[in-house]
Ligand binder design. Structure first.
Ligand SMILES: *[C@@H]1O[C@H](CO)[C@@H](O)[C@H](O)[C@H]1NC(C)=O
Length: 184
C-alpha cells in the first residue's frame, strides 16, 4: 500500500530530465529555505565519496536566498586539523528549487522536498574529474535528527538507484558551525 501511494505521488510530481528523473519541491520558497542546515546523511555513487566515506564528518550549510532566485551557500566542514569553508552560488535553472553550481561541477541540483523547519532532501548530479555521479543529501535544521528523517531518507536514495552501502549517516563529532548573521 505504501509503495503504491509513493509511486502515485511520484507520477504526479515527476520532472523529466536528461540525467535522472528526480522530483522537485512544488512552490519551493528560497527565503524559507534560508538559514542554517546540517548535512546529516549522504548517499552517492561517486568514487571519491565512497573512498572517503568512513572519514566524513557532519557539515553545515548556511543558506541565503539571492534576488535572482538562486542561493548563496556557505559550507563548513572539518578538514585535517581546521575548519574548511567553501562559498558557492547556486544558480537558478528554470523552476524554483532547481539549480546548477558551475564552480563545484554540480550540473543539476534539486530540492526534492523540504518542510523548511526540520528536514530537506537534496539531489545533486555532478561531474568530478570527468566522472558523472549522483549525490543525495539529507539536511536537518538540528544536529539531532528527528526520528522520521532517516526513514524518509531510506525511502529516497533507492529510487535513484543508490545502494545501501553508498549511504552514510554522518557523525556529529568535530563539527564546524558557522556564525549566522542575524537578519536585520
Ligand atoms: C516565501 O516565504 C517568505 C517567508 O516566509 C514569505 O514572506 C514569502 O511571501 C514567500 N514567497 C512566496 C512566493 O510564497
Amino acid at each position: 500500500m505504501k509503495v503504491f501511494l509513493l509511486s502515485t505521488i511520484l507520477v504526479l510530481l515527476w520532472v523529466p530530465t536528461a540525467q535522472a528523473e528526480v522530483l522537485l519541491q512544488p512552490d519551493f520558497n528560497a527565503t524559507k529555505f534560508s538559514g542554517l542546515w546540517y548535512v546529516v546523511s549522504m548517499a552517492s555513487d561517486c568514487k571519491v565519496f565512497l573512498g572517503k566515506k568512513d572519514h566524513l564528518p557532519m557539515s553545515t550549510r548556511a543558506i541565503k536566498a539571492t534576488e535572482e532566485g538562486g542561493l548563496h551557500v556557505h559550507m563548513e566542514f572539518l578538514g585535517a586539523d581546521s575548519c574548511n569553508q567553501v562559498d558557492a552560488e547556486y544558480l537558478k535553472v528554470g523552476s524554483e528549487g532547481h539549480f546548477r553550481v558551475p564552480a563545484l561541477g554540480y550540473l543539476d541540483v534539486r530540492d526534492v522536498d523540504t518542510d523548511y523547519s526540520s528536514f530537506a532532501r537534496v539531489y545533486i548530479y555532478k561531474e568530478l574529474e570527468g566522472a558523472l555521479s549522483a549525490l543525495v543529501q539529507l539536511f536537518s535544521r538540528t544536529r539531532d535528527v528527528s526520528p522520521q528523517a532517516p526513514k524518509a531518507f531510506q525511502d529516497f536514495y533507492p529510487m535513484l538507484g543508490l545502494l545501501d552501502d553508498t549511504v552514510l549517516m554522518l557523525p556529529k563529532s568535530g563539527m564546524c558551525i558557522p556564525e549566522i548573521e542575524e537578519e536585520p
